[in-house]
Design a protein around this ligand. Structure first.
Ligand SMILES: [Zn+2]
Length: 458
């Protein structure tokens, strides 16, 4: 049994049900699970047989951040001049001409680098929405992502995404990246059976995630929902991201996006949507009543001029909301600490006194995201939860005079460097801005070779 003690912690921000802030704290961990947490004045009995003691002097410890929506493959198509002034539909149509040449190496190195950036900035669980499967590339892309997540030590929720409507059928993507429904469902079932682990402490899960209402057919949406429920896995897609999407479903199906998805079985506790910007009040109530979740992606929504999700209203109604970076090409990064800061400022600007506090936004990225992913074992620091956490060094000169409210600090002040340490399941995954299990220089070099190859085909 591996026993780890973190002691002398300046503050522990637990994000638990009582919103406890523990000064002068300690956390005792056995085999990756928190066994004791508290104030060290009262002391721990767990001093014997310790394998590792971590000094938490000056540190503020937070629960690991949880990312509820991403497209890691986009890590290699950031900051491209030709798409900087575009909104979603034109942005997608332009980028598909590059993405149609994705291969296993692009997926491997973009996953390692994108999730590496997340880990260095306090993220301990990542969901990725991968839906581009070029015909010439084979079917191992999700397997490669799981290999990358294992190498990094991060908890990884993959998705078997999909598209079956290409340009010739009125969709946006080229023919060479869409698949037929049978191939999609067969591979979805294979991946769930091979990787999905629903036990506490799971490091691998799979969701079914057709891309969006405007790139998949009604049949694929309906059959994906039936298959997901028969396999006991979650459902995810993009929804209510743009007004173009609303126009599309109104013209094609005479329904608003949520009504259309609801008709196809896409509503309930096992469903979460990315973005959720253009919902009306009745639709927000429906999300709350059914426990349908939202992945809030403020940076991407600002970058693509998509709009501002009604987060204060969602929180008031108790809609499950998590935080997410969205794809690297509409962010243009992979950093949840940055997302917390931007989310905080965006809603201050838009909602003034009704805006969530810095701590409310931190809770979206931790307990809120855990709820959206259907996990009870992560998202807060308390006895029985996984030892997923990160530390910020309050002694950094730029944080001088900034820790009067440690719970809100990540929103109000924001963290500009990396976390001092990120731990996942009791193992240190990154320290002082360096990943522990991956050679970053070599990975970056290999990544650059993949970028050159990808862009040379464009
Ligand atoms: Zn997305």
């Amino acid at each position: 049994m591996k026993k780890v003690l973190i002691k002398n912690i300046k503050y522990i921000v637990t994000c638990d049900e009582e919103d406890r802030l523990i000064p002068e704290g300690f956390i005792y961990i056995e085999d990756g699970v928190i066994k004791e947490i508290g104030n060290q004045v009262s002391g721990t009995k767990a001093e014997d047989g310790l394998e590792e003691i971590i000094d938490g002097k000056d540190m503020i410890v937070y629960p690991g951040l949880i990312n509820t929506h991403h497209h890691l493959y986009q890590y290699f198509t950031r900051n491209l001049p030709q798409v900087q002034n575009l909104e979603l539909f034109d942005w997608l149509k332009t980028l598909y001409e590059i993405w149609k040449n994705l291969d296993e190496e692009v997926i491997r190195y973009s996953s390692l680098l994108g999730m590496g950036e997340l880990i260095k900035n306090g993220c301990t669980t990542c969901f990725d929405h991968h839906y581009v499967f070029p015909h010439k590339t084979g079917s191992r892309l999700i397997d490669v992502q799981f290999e990358a997540s294992e190498q990094l030590g991060i908890r990884f929720h993959a998705s078997r995404g999909s598209m079956d409507l290409s340009k010739k059928d009125g969709g946006l993507p080229p023919d060479s990246v869409v698949q037929d429904i049978d191939s999609i469902l067969n591979d979805s079932e294979r991946l769930v059976r091979q990787y999905h682990n629903k036990e506490a402490g799971s490091r691998k899960q799979v969701a079914l995630a057709p891309c969006s209402p405007f790139s998949v057919s009604a049949d694929l949406l309906k059959e994906s929902a039936v298959l997901a429920r028969s396999l006991g896995v979650r459902l995810h897609t993009h929804l209510a991201e743009t007004l173009d999407e609303e126009t599309y479903t109104l013209e094609k199906y005479n329904m608003r996006p949520l009504e259309y998805m609801s008709e196809l079985g896409w509503i309930g506790k096992d469903v979460w949507f990315a973005h959720g910007i253009h919902f009306n009040t009745a639709e927000l109530k429906l999300l709350a009543d059914t426990g349908t979740g939202i992945a809030h992606c403020p940076i991407s929504n600002m970058k693509l001029s998509s709009g501002i999700a009604r987060i204060p209203d969602m929180l008031k109604l108790n809609v499950p909301v998590g935080l997410a970076v969205d794809g690297s090409a509409s962010n243009d990064g992979s950093n949840l600490l940055e997302e917390i800061r931007v989310a905080y400022l965006l809603h201050r600007l838009n909602s003034s006194k009704a805006a969530p506090s810095g701590y409310d936004i931190l809770k979206l990225a931790t307990a809120g995201s855990a709820r959206v992913l259907g996990r009870k074992d992560i998202g807060q620091l308390s006895v029985g939860k996984m030892a997923d956490l990160f530390m910020i060094n309050s002694n950094n000169p730029e944080l001088t005079g900034a820790d009067f409210d440690p719970k809100s600090m990540l929103g109000t002040i924001g963290i500009k460097g990396n976390a001092a340490l990120t731990m996942i399941g009791g193992e240190i995954a990154a320290k002082d801005g360096r990943l522990m299990t991956v050679d970053e220089e070599k990975t970056a070099y290999m990544g650059r070779q993949s970028v050159y190859k990808l862009m040379n085909q464009y």
